[in-house]
Design a protein around this ligand. Structure first.
Ligand SMILES: [Mg+2]
Length: 205
């Protein structure tokens, strides 16, 4: 099981969108300086972090009165695989290893990212937490996913760049957990001491 943003796709895109592009548009719309717009937005993002609404484009489009999906489309040329991720997925295919995408992404951004990169051809199944009403940070998500596909937590490897999500999977009983420490190609690797860790999925080969 692989996460999408920061695991197979470069988080640089999402970071650019939420740290720069959305704040710029919010600033113009509300007559604010960029630094004031960032301050206001980051406080609102922080308050919902880990909640499904935090990942929900509709939520932010409504609350910020901006067409957040269109802002994403305007920057779709920035959507990219992380270095080595596409080769890794190709090898999984060649070896007939079942690979599932398990993501908190909103379905609209998932579709946009698939239209740009074509990642879905590498996956045997795609599971979005929005379908279940609970983010991966919640035990209810893992129960619902288990009810749907009946995975064996003892023989499943789950790879994600969020250590909070990995902790949630650990609590549920997923045995083999791997953290991605370099989810954004523009940033230096992060620290991770709690889980087995790789900079990118290609190291798993
Ligand atoms: Mg991620």
């Amino acid at each position: 099981m692989l996460d999408m943003d920061g695991t197979i796709l470069d988080l640089a895109y999402d970071n650019y969108m939420w740290m720069t592009h959305v704040p710029e548009h919010y600033a113009v719309k509300n007559g604010l300086s960029l630094s004031e717009a960032r301050k206001q937005l980051f406080a609102r993002f922080g308050a919902l972090q880990g909640d499904l609404s935090w990942y929900c484009l509709d939520h932010w489009s409504e609350r910020l009165d901006l067409d957040v999906l269109q802002l994403h489309r305007d920057n779709q040329h920035r959507i990219e695989f992380l270095p080595g991720a596409q080769d890794f997925l190709g090898v999984m295919r060649e070896r007939n290893i079942e690979v599932l995408l398990v993501t908190n992404s909103h379905p609209d951004t998932l579709k946009l990212k698939d239209d740009v990169t074509g990642f879905s051809k590498y996956f045997d199944g795609i599971y979005c937490s929005h379908s279940y009403g609970f983010a991966k940070e919640r035990q209810e998500f893992w129960s619902a996913l288990h009810d749907e596909i009946g995975f064996d937590p003892n023989s499943t490897m789950f790879v994600d760049d969020s250590q909070i999500v990995l902790k949630s999977a650990a609590t549920y009983g997923v045995d083999k957990l791997v953290a991605i420490t370099c989810p954004d190609s523009a940033e230096p690797p992060r620290e991770c001491t709690e889980f087995a860790a790789v900079e990118g999925v290609s190291e798993l080969l």
